[in-house]
Every structure is written in C-alpha cells, then in structure tokens.
Design a protein around this ligand. Structure first.
Ligand code: WT7
Length: 657
C-alpha cells in the first residue's frame, strides 16, 4: 500500500467491484466459474459432491426425495454418524493435529488445545457419561453453555449416541431456557457453573437452576466446572445434578461406538425467533446438514486441513454450529474458539489472537466490523495479520464503507471477503460469492451459490427487474434446509412456504421457500439483502421476535399494551424500540421504564434490552385494529412518516413525534 490514508479512502470509495486477489486464487479450493453451469445441468445430483465429502456407513439410494413437498428428504437410504465424520475418520492421518484451539478469558489463563485424538477421547467419555445418565437415541439434550470446549464436546457426544442437541445461547435468560426445554420436552441439561466476561466471573448455574424450576417435567443436569477455585459462587449440586469432571473420570478411556443414523434423522434442534411469541424449533438432519456445512466450508470459506480457521461467532447461534463445529471439523481442520469479547483487555484482542495463532480465515459479523472501525485502524495496525487468507461476514447487511475498511485494514487488500447470506433455517450459506471464482461487490452478498435457485420476486411471485426491491425466495430445495419445525409441521408450511407456493399441489416445482427477507438483485444477478420483512429485529446479527419482547412487556403490572419495533442503530444494526401504554393510575416514571427494561432482560436476555421506552396514550392502529408498526419504525428512525391515511387514530402519531 503506497497510498496515503486519504488517497486510499478516495480510491476505494469509487471502486464498486473487486476481483479475487491472485495470491488467493492460486490455491483456492474452487476456481472454475463453470461450476455454476455444471451444477445447474446436474441438479439435484450435483449435491452428491457435497455428500462425497463425508464418510457414509450405508450409501444413499436417492439424492432427493421430493415426493411429499415441502417435506423434502435428502440422501435417503443412507446412514452415517456426524461425530464419526468430525472425529474418528481423521484419527489416522490427523490424530495429533489440533482440532480445537480454545482461547479463554481471562487472558492470563492457560488456553487449551485439543488434538483430534484428544477431542475424540473426551467426546467418547462424555457420550458414555450421557448414556449412564439414561440418554438414549432421539432424546433431546439441552446445552446451555458459553464458549467453553465442553460445549462442542457435548454436542459431538450427543451426535455420537444419536441424541439431538438443542443449544440455548448462554446469554439467554432463565425463562428462555425453560421455554425451550419445555417445548422440546427435553429432560437433560448440560450447563456450567459460570464463565468470565471482561475478567469478571458470572454466575451461570444460578440462571440455569432458575430456568429448571420452571420446567414441568423431571430433569437431569450435568454441570461443568469452568470457574477457577475462588471465583465460584458456592453452589452445591442437588440430587439431579452431576459434576462434569466426576462423570468424565468415571468413564475415563471409554469408547462408544458411533450410532448409525439415517441421513434424515435429526442431528439437532435450534430455537429461533419468528412472528409469534413462541420460538420455532428448527429441525436439522444428519446427512443433508453435514453435507451442506462441509461443502460450504470448503467452497466458500476455503477451509483446508492445514488451516487455522477462526470464526468469532458464539456456538449458541447457528453460525457457531455450522462454521465453528460441524463444517470445519468434518473437513479435519483446526477450528478456533474464543470465549471473550473483542475489546477486552484491549480493543486489539481479536488481532492479537489472529497474530498469535496465525489464523488463516476470519469469519465475523458486520456489527463487530462497525465497532472495529469506530475504535480505529491503530488496533489492527499493531499486529501482523498477514496469515489471513480470507475474510467473511454474516448476520446482517454490511455497508460498502465497512466492507472496504475490513478489506483494507484487516485483509491488507489481499483477502477476498465473502458476505454470506443465510439463516438458521437454511443450515448454511446460500447467497455469496465463491471467493476464488467471482468478482466481489461491496454491499451485495453475491449471486446464489451454485445449485441454489434464489430469486427476488414481487408480491405476485414473479421475478422483479434488476434494481427493484422485492422478496427473496428460494425456488428449489437444498440439502441443508430445515426439515420442519419441531412437532409443528403445520407452522412449518405456514411460515416458510404458504406465501409463494401452491400449497395444494404435490408437484415440487410449485413449492417456493420464503425466508422473510426483502432484497434486490442487479443485472449480474448479485443479491443485496435489505432486511427482514416480518416482525423480527436483527440486533447485532441476532434475531429477536418483537412479539416475544411485547409479551414480556405486557407481563409487567401497570402495562396495558405494548408495541416493539426495530430501529436503525449505528453499532448494532438494529435496536429495540418500545412504545408502551400504561394502565390508568400507573405513573410513567423513570423507575417504571427501568422495570420494563428489566422485564425484557429477564424474559429474553441482555441482547434484547430496549434502546428506548416511549410512553404513549395510544398506538397508531389501522381501522381493523392492527398496530401500524411501519409508522413506529419511521418514528424510531426519525424518518419522514409514511402514509397515515389508513389510520383509525392519526392524531396519536403527532403526539408520539
Ligand atoms: C437473518 C437470519 C446466518 C447466521 C446468522 C443469523 C439476516 C444473515 C446476512 C447477510 C444481509 C443477512 C437475514 C436473515 N442476514 N446474513 N449476509 N446480509 N442479511 O442467523 O438468526 O437465523 O438470522 O439474518 O435477515 O434472514 P439468523
């Protein structure tokens, strides 16, 4: 880089497309642009290439069974085990190589490295422990854990014995844990005593136990010991609680044969927010999901066994499932896990880790990149980041300025950036560039991946013209797709398919998947995702249902009605804005406002913390009585108000302004 900073800024500001850096293309896993045509011509058999990345116990007889849409099935007749694919098959060649590189918090503590053999051994021991506690194939095991190695160990142990896991993000509240355990009818919980945030210990077990008290069936809990002696909160384990270390010690050296799972057997459940207050249990399967995450890790993240690949997401979200645990381990690479935050002890923490471990890829979120930009270039500049080969983002749209900052100051203009659009339901990436084969356009995620038929359509379901806003749809099934919502096939059809499908038809071509995102597409087929079109707020790349937040607020005594919307936020992308009608006699004080904020944190967790609570005598409603959220969103964003003519009570808007 010979430009001065202002010259560089000016040059980049004008550039709206970037070619894959040559140094990257030389060794990239996928470089042939023909792959798009080939996959198109071979579809659906093209997905055998993904399945071939795995070891199958019994090979499948059919790639796609589309006889009962939208209940599509992939690689039917095949059987395999996910833990065997992530561990056992790598032992001969890579047993002594690092599988997980764990960087813990606080920083002075020794970090932990697990070779494939060590990880395999721990997973076997824990699998034996789970069996002893009574866990059988198809029992849902809930994992409520922060970013500690025991989490992927527990996930893989569940996979080994065919027990689906349901990971609940550690930052979620006790109530959120209880709702999810109840909904999944899950009788087993694996959690831990606590963890560290910015050097301070947090009491996690207290939260877990509060949640368990609200679960109506009997439960068995395993508690890992994360906090160092002296930092603990002095909990004594109850009769249904088992100590992780004791359980492991009792099964030291145990081996558990991986249970053969049908390709379509459930690998895990993951609860995510939707339009109604009740979270949706997204069901992913063994064969399709694992093929999808392995294939996209290889083709998009360019993962190779000799890499040290770093995804900074939390395993409590789908990104961590697919791209810290399953995809990278299926490919036999070294995957990193970081327990802490990017700004502790200093704002160069991530760059320090990249330098120390010589990370080859970094996959993070736009919200983090915006924070890095704000903190300044001095932090990445302090470190040698030349080990990086590829950068990625996920979770929300990234604006071109942040993209270019990432490209320049982190990637040194030598790393392609993959802006990957996907969701909990898709299992893995769907729309993004192939980094070794495609031009990048900052701000646009890219074209659909080869074999993926994503289209932007209008309300009539017909493709919109280039440049026009419309709705993103996926017109064909794909192996990584969710199979249903747990125990709720009807809601699965309603939520994802009803909008654009002929739901009476049994012709698979009549079925169109609707991810509930708005988007536009340019003349080259590059998709820019504009954001959710349902009642979901995307806070720092985390999905929160406005209905869930509203129901927490109306649960506060003194609240008559509430509306929650997402408003723009400089760092978080979106933030939670709330409008509250109080009951007669309830004083609209600061203290009451705080009570409302606390209720939201209790019900969901600190990530859902409202940015503002506005008291109002009325909410803008349509004549049919529906709250006009769009107007509230305009208000939250200080925007010119849209059409108010359909309001029953237009005067309330003036009072809210
Ligand atoms: C929603 C899915 C995918 C794992 C993390 C979030 C938004 C995701 C992008 C992107 C624009 C994006 C969408 C999507 N989103 N990636 N690259 N550009 N928007 O998973 O919690 O299931 O949320 O995140 O709105 O529907 P999730």
């Amino acid at each position: 880089m010979t430009d001065s900073e202002p010259q560089l800024e000016a040059r980049l500001a004008e550039q709206d497309s970037f070619e894959p850096p040559e140094t990257f293309v030389e060794d990239a896993n996928v470089t042939d642009p023909e792959i798009y045509e080939t996959f198109e011509a071979e579809w659906p058999d093209c997905w055998e290439r993904a399945a071939e990345l795995l070891d199958w116990e019994e090979s499948y007889d059919q790639v796609l069974d589309d006889s009962n849409p939208p209940f599509f099935e992939w690689f039917t007749g095949g059987s395999l085990n996910a833990s065997a694919n992530c561990l056992d098959r790598h032992l001969d060649e890579r047993g002594d190589e690092t599988a997980i590189e764990w960087v813990g918090e606080p920083t002075e503590e020794a970090n932990r490295t697990y070779t494939y053999r060590e990880l395999h051994d721990r997973v076997n021991e824990f699998a034996a422990g789970l069996r002893e506690l009574g866990v059988e194939a198809d029992d849902v095991v809930t994992l409520y854990m922060p970013m500690i190695p025991e989490l992927p160990i527990a996930m893989l142990a569940c996979a080994r014995i065919g027990a689906p896991h349901s990971v609940v993000f550690a930052g979620f509240s006790a109530e959120a844990l209880a709702t999810r355990m109840e909904a999944a009818d899950s009788s087993y919980l694996v959690t831990c005593d606590g963890y560290y945030r910015r050097g301070d210990p947090l009491d996690h077990l207290d939260k877990a136990e509060t949640g368990l008290a609200d679960v109506s069936h009997e439960t068995t809990t395993v508690v890992a010991d994360r906090l160092r002696d002296g930092d603990g909160f002095g909990h004594d384990l109850g009769p249904d609680e088992y100590d992780w270390d004791e359980l492991m010690a009792a099964h030291e050296g145990a081996t558990v044969d991986p249970v053969s799972r049908d390709a379509e057997d459930m690998l895990f459940l993951m609860y995510t927010s939707g339009t109604t207050g009740q979270p949706k249990g997204v069901k992913h399967t063994t064969g399709g999901y694992l093929s999808w995450t392995a294939w996209t890790s290889q083709a998009v993240l360019d993962v190779k066994p000799e890499d040290t690949y770093f995804c900074s997401a939390d395993i409590g979200w789908i990104t961590g499932h697919s791209y810290i645990v399953y995809g990278p381990l299926a490919l036999g690479t070294t995957t990193m896990m970081y327990e802490g935050t990017p700004d502790y002890p200093e704002q160069d923490r991530l760059w320090e880790i990249v330098e120390e471990y010589e990370a080859t890829q970094l996959y993070t979120a736009p919200t983090a990149i915006r924070a890095f930009m704000k903190w300044g270039t001095e932090y990445p500049d302090r470190h040698d980041l030349s080990s990086l080969r590829l950068l990625g983002t996920v979770g929300e749209p990234i604006n071109p300025r942040a993209w270019k900052w990432y490209y320049t100051h982190v990637g040194g203009e030598e790393c392609p950036i993959v802006d990957t659009w996907w969701q909990t339901e898709t299992g893995g990436m769907m729309v993004t560039t192939l980094p070794g084969a495609k031009t990048m356009k900052p701000g646009a995620a890219g074209p659909p991946l080869p074999g993926v038929d994503a289209q932007v359509v209008g309300p009539d379901g017909e493709p919109v013209e280039a440049g026009q806003a419309g709705y993103l749809t996926v017109q064909r099934p794909w192996p990584g797709m969710l199979r249903t919502l747990y125990r709720n096939d009807e809601r699965y059809v309603q939520e994802y398919w009803a909008e654009y499908s002929d739901t009476d038809s049994d012709d698979p071509d009549d079925w169109v998947y609707f991810p509930e995102d708005g988007a536009k597409v340019d003349e080259d087929g590059y998709v820019t995702v504009l954001g959710r079109v349902d009642d979901v707020v995307n806070v720092s790349g985390h999905r929160l249902g406005t209905m869930e937040i509203e129901s927490a607020i109306v649960g506060v005594e003194g609240v008559a009605e509430a509306a929650v919307v997402g408003g723009d936020h400089e760092m978080k992308g979106e933030a939670v804005y709330t409008y509250v009608i109080t009951e007669d006699g309830q004083a609209e004080t600061e203290a009451f406002r705080e009570e409302i904020v606390a209720a939201v944190e209790d019900a969901i967790g600190p990530i859902a913390r409202p940015e503002s609570v506005v008291f109002t005598p009325e909410l803008p409603k349509t004549r049919s009585g529906k709250i006009m959220r769009r107007l509230l969103e305009d208000l939250a964003n200080d925007e010119e108000l849209g059409d108010t003519s359909t309001l029953r009570n237009p005067e309330v808007v003036e009072n809210l302004e």
